[in-house]
Design a protein around this ligand. Structure first.
Ligand code: PRT
Ligand code: ZN
Length: 286
């Protein structure tokens, strides 16, 4: 029987589209028909299982799936012994404590004896315990933000991204306890053919994610400064330098990390670089 790596993806929600997009960028073709519960890729030995995000860690642990993409928050809340294979960097959010806007708050001890509503009771309890705060943790599966206004809680602990939901419910964020983003999790000690498929998939994912972090930069430079550029731009090995018809000048091609890009640009201008072209990189592997 053909061995397949089963990968659990959120069926419909904040993680679905970007999860599938990463897989597609890896050159893997499939139908992504949201009505299906599972489907096999056309040109790579993986099978997708489309599930609710809450179920993904458990299904991976129980060997229904081999790997899955979930929010780090969900993985940590369930606290199953899975391996975090990659931080995929999307669906960024934070788990925060919020209280009604007019409430006095001066650190976690202010929550002593209070009722806190959350969908993340395990993470919250751990944090309260560390701070030696005794509070009543009220587990709700959704609509946590309305708990204070209907009088069932004094504070909440929930995911925040823009903060708009908190504001529209008259709440203020007072404690940021945790940063989360989508992660790929897998069963520990996956071996044999499945491990080999996973390694191939991770190689592709790394190439896609790395490409996102870098820009391809081309420019012309007075030849007299060519010795100085390696210190500025680095590059995978070293910059590629090509002669130009005008012998005083050369053309340089290299990759630059997104975070250093503006610094590098300023330094190149200072060296007299001209005709600077910057393009996105689609894939990048060492
Ligand atoms: O149906 P299923 O169970 O699969 O989906 P779900 O409704 O449980 O999850 P979903 O799709 O809402 O979220 C999936 C994952 O996305 C979460 O586990 C997080 O890892 C991540 N994520 C990123 C978020 C947010 N940002 C987010 N803002 N998950 C939820 N929210 C909610 C938050 O709970 C709050 O209600 O959005 C609201 C706050 O948003 P802002 O922008 O107003 O601050
Ligand atoms: Zn869910």
């Amino acid at each position: 029987m053909k061995e397949l790596l089963r990968i659990a993806i959120q069926k419909s929600g904040r993680l679905s589209e970007k999860s599938l997009q990463i897989i597609k960028s890896c050159g893997i073709r499939f139908g992504s028909d949201a009505r299906l519960l599972k489907e096999e890729a056309e040109n790579f030995p993986i099978e997708f299982l489309y599930l609710r995000d809450d179920d993904i860690p458990r299904y991976v642990y129980d060997q229904v799936a081999d790997v899955g993409i979930v929010g780090r928050n969900e993985h940590d809340e369930q606290n199953l012994p899975l391996e975090i294979l990659r931080d995929l960097g999307f669906a960024k959010c934070r788990l925060s404590i919020a209280v009604p806007s007019g409430t006095f708050y001066d650190g976690l001890p202010s929550l002593d004896g209070k009722r806190i509503a959350t969908s993340y009771p395990n993470i919250l309890s751990t944090i309260l315990k560390k701070a030696a705060v005794t509070a009543k943790v009220l587990e709700l599966s959704g609509s946590v933000e309305i708990a204070p206004s209907i009088g069932v809680a004094d504070a909440i602990c929930d995911l925040v991204s823009t903060g708009a939901t908190l504001a529209s419910n008259g709440l203020k964020e007072v404690e940021e306890i945790y940063n989360s983003s989508a992660v790929m999790v897998g069963r520990k000690n996956l071996e044999g053919a499945k491990r080999a498929i996973l390694d191939r998939l991770l190689l592709r994912i790394d190439a896609v994610m790395k490409a996102d972090d870098y820009k391809y930069v081309m420019f012309n430079l007075p030849k007299e400064h060519v010795g100085e550029i390696a210190n500025i731009v680095g590059g995978m090995k070293s910059p590629t330098v090509t002669p130009l018809l005008d012998e005083q000048w050369c053309a340089v091609q290299t990759v630059v990390h997104e975070q250093q890009f503006w610094d590098v640009l300023e330094q190149l201008k200072a060296l007299g670089a001209q005709g600077i072209l910057v393009t996105a990189i689609e894939k990048m592997a060492d």
